[in-house]
Design a protein. Structure first.
Length: 321
C-alpha cells in the first residue's frame, strides 16, 4: 500500500509545491495549482504529474483537478474618435513594446467590424481553439498572444452584426484563457458606440490611450472619445499624435501633410498627458503590411513606439503603488 508522503515526494520532483495529493485505496486524487501558466504549460504539467503518480507502486488510477488564483489583469483601451488614424498600428506596437519592457501582455482585437491585428502581427489564417467553451489566444512571433474576430471569420466576409451579438463576441475575446497575462491591450473600433459602452460597463479598463492625427477633423472626434472615457470615470492615460511629420527619403526634408502639434495642443487643453508623436514613415507602413511591427525591429522607426510604451508602463506602475 502506498502512503501519501511517498506520492507527495514523487510529485514534488515534477511539480514542486504545486501538487497536493490524497490517496484512497489505489486511487490518487491530486490538486494541481496552475496559477500563472498558459494552456500549453498547464496541460504539459498535468501530463507529467499523471505519469509520475502512475509510476508509484500501488497507484492504479489518477485523478487531477486544476486550480488557480485569479490573475489581476488590467485592460488598456486604445481608442480613437474616427477611423483611419492608425489606431490599430499603435495598439499592436504598444502591446509588443510593453512585452519588451517585461510585462506579460495579450492583445484583443476588439475592432469587431474591421479587424486588422492578424495581419499586423503576421498570424493571418490562424484560428483560435476553444477548451471547455473558452477561447485560447493564438501565439504570435512577438510574444504577445492575440484574439481577433479576424481569426473567426473568412478574410473577406463582412461582419453585419447588431449590438447584442457584437457585445457577446467582445465578451468572449476578453474573457478568454489569457493565462499569466497581467495586461490586455484592447484595440477598439473608432467612435463612441456599442462596443465602447459594453467594454466600459462590463470589462472596465484601467485606462485609455487616444490616437489621433494632428489635423482638426481628427481632433474633433478625438475630443469626443476623451469625453466618453472621462464621463465613464475611465482615466485617459494620454494622447498619441500619429502620422506627425513626413521625412522625405530622397531629399531628407520634413513636411507635415496633416499638420503638427494639434494632438499635443488638444491634450494640453483637456488636461491629459501627451504620450508622443509617431511619424508618417514609409518604413512603418511597409513593416505593418508585412506583419512585422516596427517596434519588433532595430530600425529608427521603433523609437517612437518604445518611448510611448515607456510612458504607459510608468502610468501602470504608478497605479499599482
Amino acid at each position: 500500500m502506498t502512503d501519501a508522503p511517498t506520492l507527495t515526494a514523487t510529485l514534488a520532483l515534477v511539480a514542486g509545491s504545486r501538487a497536493t495529493a490524497r490517496i484512497e485505496g489505489g486511487r490518487a486524487s491530486i490538486i494541481l495549482d496552475v496559477t500563472g501558466l498558459d494552456a500549453a504549460a498547464r496541460e504539459a504539467l498535468e501530463a507529467q504529474v499523471i505519469e509520475a503518480a502512475r509510476g508509484v507502486a500501488g497507484i492504479e488510477t489518477v485523478r487531477v483537478a486544476q486550480t488557480s488564483q485569479r490573475t489581476r489583469r488590467r485592460l488598456i483601451a486604445v481608442a480613437s474618435g474616427k477611423g483611419g488614424v492608425g489606431k490599430s498600428t499603435v495598439a499592436a506596437n504598444l502591446a509588443i513594446a510593453l512585452h519588451q519592457l517585461g510585462r506579460s501582455v495579450g492583445l484583443v482585437d476588439a475592432d469587431i467590424y474591421g479587424p486588422s491585428q492578424p495581419k499586423l502581427l503576421g498570424v493571418e489564417n490562424t484560428r483560435p481553439q476553444a477548451k471547455d467553451k473558452v477561447l485560447q489566444p493564438v501565439p504570435t512571433p512577438f510574444g504577445v498572444p492575440l484574439l481577433s474576430m479576424g481569426q473567426l471569420v473568412a478574410p473577406d466576409q463582412a461582419i453585419a452584426w447588431r449590438g447584442p451579438m457584437v457585445s457577446g463576441a467582445l465578451g468572449q475575446l476578453v474573457d478568454a484563457d489569457w493565462g499569466a497575462a497581467d495586461t490586455l491591450v484592447l484595440d477598439l473600433p473608432p467612435g463612441t458606440g456599442d462596443v465602447q459602452l459594453t467594454m466600459i460597463q462590463k470589462h472596465r479598463p484601467a485606462g485609455a490611450v487616444i490616437v489621433s492625427t494632428p489635423q482638426d477633423l481628427a481632433l474633433i472626434d478625438a475630443r469626443r472619445a476623451i469625453d466618453l472615457f472621462a464621463k465613464a470615470g475611465v482615466p485617459v492615460i494620454g494622447v498619441v499624435e500619429n502620422m506627425a511629420g513626413y521625412l522625405c527619403p530622397h531629399c531628407g526634408e520634413v513636411s507635415d501633410p496633416f499638420g503638427r502639434g494639434g494632438a499635443e495642443a488638444a491634450a494640453n487643453d483637456l488636461g491629459v498627458p501627451f504620450l508622443g508623436r509617431v511619424p508618417l514613415d514609409v518604413a512603418i507602413r511597409a513593416a505593418s503590411d508585412a506583419g512585422a511591427p516596427p517596434v519588433a525591429g532595430n530600425g529608427p522607426e521603433a523609437a517612437a513606439f518604445t518611448a510611448m510604451a515607456g510612458r504607459v508602463a510608468d502610468w501602470l506602475d504608478q497605479g499599482a503603488e
